[in-house]
Design a protein around this ligand. Structure first.
Ligand SMILES: [Zn+2]
Length: 469
């Protein structure tokens, strides 16, 4: 993510409790081991309720029809998951519109909504190690999630459609989900919108991209075939000027709202240029297509939605495009196990901007670093811990973006250019489509450099103070 300006304060939305359908009793299945409820959260220190215990999602199929005129969404999400314990019931995260029905393995299941939790009780227990399917149908008007500290995420209405941007926990606004970055899955999107509108999503359009219109609606199918964290799932519906090209042998699909033509007409070209440069510096591009989508969203940020970042109006500058595309390696392919390590995403994506400038006639990264290092000890610039900024500080410009990039540069100074650039490519290769922690990075840097780097990372990440050089 990259923010362009301080965020306005927003009033947090209240939690809803919807009365469940008449409950169908769950029967304990035969077999060894007791059947127990999956946990309601995965214990992330910043988002303890996000994600759920007891299963691992393999694939989401999200079928939806959206009518911009009425803002009505009708949807069915089908989840294929594998139980990791004997489950008597399990939770999904869901804050979307009214549910019509829930089925597990084709049988009606009972459910209850408690805050952001959708508690599903299947007719039969789900044995550990077995794959099961959950189908949830819902309809109504989806709402964005407004957080005082983190801004607007989730389903965002636009003048002529809608766009989804869901970092860190907005995915639940539009589909039932195991909403934790450590449970990556593949996705199919089947999106119907009135004829004349364009639909984009992550990945590639299936077949020719669009099926024939049905009753005035046209259905577009998109597939993300590489593992993806739920906050990176994206659809964009509306009027778009689409450009299709090829970069490094793969599709480059970009689109902008026609009213943003002046600002974003270079989006396609810069995307191609940035991807080619980043593939040299960061290693092979991790997905099978690239691109970008620009629309008037009123959120004042851009987001690295997987394979195809989204840019709000005002976010068309080259460093921002370089930043969001660098996230394809740092954050999207190499994902987070815990949100407190958000600097691993933002520090490296911001440092990619510094490197891009250094190699394209701009200031050296050393100069950029030196400028920021001028902030006086004891000033507000140093007041949060980069390696654990707190939930409300996770997108703090100074602590996460600037000092995150400074941490990367301090590492480069310490281990030298040759080891540093080897580290970038080794990190993205060894952790491709996986999730990591800061400790994993320290371990790799120590392995490649042969140095003890504990003190350096401790000073840069875990002290709210200006580190000594
Ligand atoms: Zn970012």
């Amino acid at each position: 993510m990259r923010r362009s300006s301080p965020l306005a304060a927003f009033v947090a939305t209240g939690l809803t409790l919807i009365v469940p359908l008449p409950a169908v009793p769950a029967h304990a299945s035969t077999g060894s081991g007791a059947y127990v409820p999956g946990s309601a959260g995965l214990g992330d220190p910043y988002f303890p309720q996000a994600g759920n215990g007891g299963y691992d999602v393999g694939h989401y199929t999200i079928r939806l029809r959206f009518t911009p005129k009425t803002r009505h969404l009708g949807a069915t999400t089908t989840i294929t998951a594998t139980a990791t314990e004997n489950l008597s019931r399990f939770d999904l995260d869901f804050s979307g519109p009214k549910i019509g029905k829930v089925e597990v393995n084709g049988e009606r299941a009972s459910y209850a909504r408690k805050g952001q939790e959708l508690v599903v009780t299947p007719r039969h227990g789900l044995p550990s190690g077995k794959t099961f399917t959950v189908e949830v149908s819902y309809a109504g008007r989806p709402k964005a999630i407004k957080d005082r500290a983190l801004g607007v995420t989730g389903w965002i209405d636009t003048k002529d459609g809608a766009v989804v941007l869901a970092e860190p926990d907005g995915a639940r606004s539009w589909f039932p989900v195991n909403d934790n970055p450590r449970d990556k899955a593949t996705y199919t999107f089947e999106i119907s919108a009135p004829e004349g509108l364009t639909v984009l999503a992550n990945g590639e359009p299936k077949n020719s991209g669009v099926a024939g219109p049905r009753g005035g609606y046209r259905t577009s199918t998109w597939e993300m075939r590489r593992p993806m964290a739920s906050y990176l799932a994206m659809v964009a519906i509306g009027k778009f000027k689409v450009t299709q090209g090829v970069v490094d042998g793969m599709p480059n699909i970009t689109a902008y709202d026609p009213s943003l033509a002046k600002e974003f007409k270079h989006l396609h070209g810069i995307t191609a240029k940035a991807i080619t440069w980043e593939s040299k510096i960061l290693g092979d591009y991790p997905f099978s297509s690239t691109g970008g989508v620009a629309d008037r969203l009123g959120v004042y940020y851009a987001l690295e939605t997987q394979g195809r970042p989204v840019y709000d109006a005002g976010m068309a500058d080259e460093p921002t495009i370089v930043h969001e595309l660098a996230h394809q390696w740092f954050g999207d392919s190499v994902g987070l196990r815990s949100w407190k390590d958000i600097w691993l995403n933002e520090g490296f994506a911001s440092y990619a901007e510094w490197l891009y400038q250094e190699q394209h006639g701009g200031p050296s990264a050393e100069n950029t670093f030196a400028e920021h290092y001028k902030h006086k000890a004891g000033s507000a610039f140093w007041k949060l811990k980069t390696g654990d900024p707190g939930r409300n500080g996770m997108f703090d410009w100074n602590a996460i973006y600037v000092r995150g990039a400074m941490t990367v540069h301090a590492l480069r100074r310490k281990i030298g250019d040759e080891t540093f650039f080897t580290l970038l490519r080794t990190w993205t290769k060894e952790n491709r489509h996986s999730t990591v922690t800061t400790q994993d990075l320290i371990a790799l840097a120590e392995r490649l450099s042969g140095q003890n780097l504990g003190d350096l990372f401790d000073a840069w990440l875990y002290k709210a103070a200006k580190p000594k050089l």
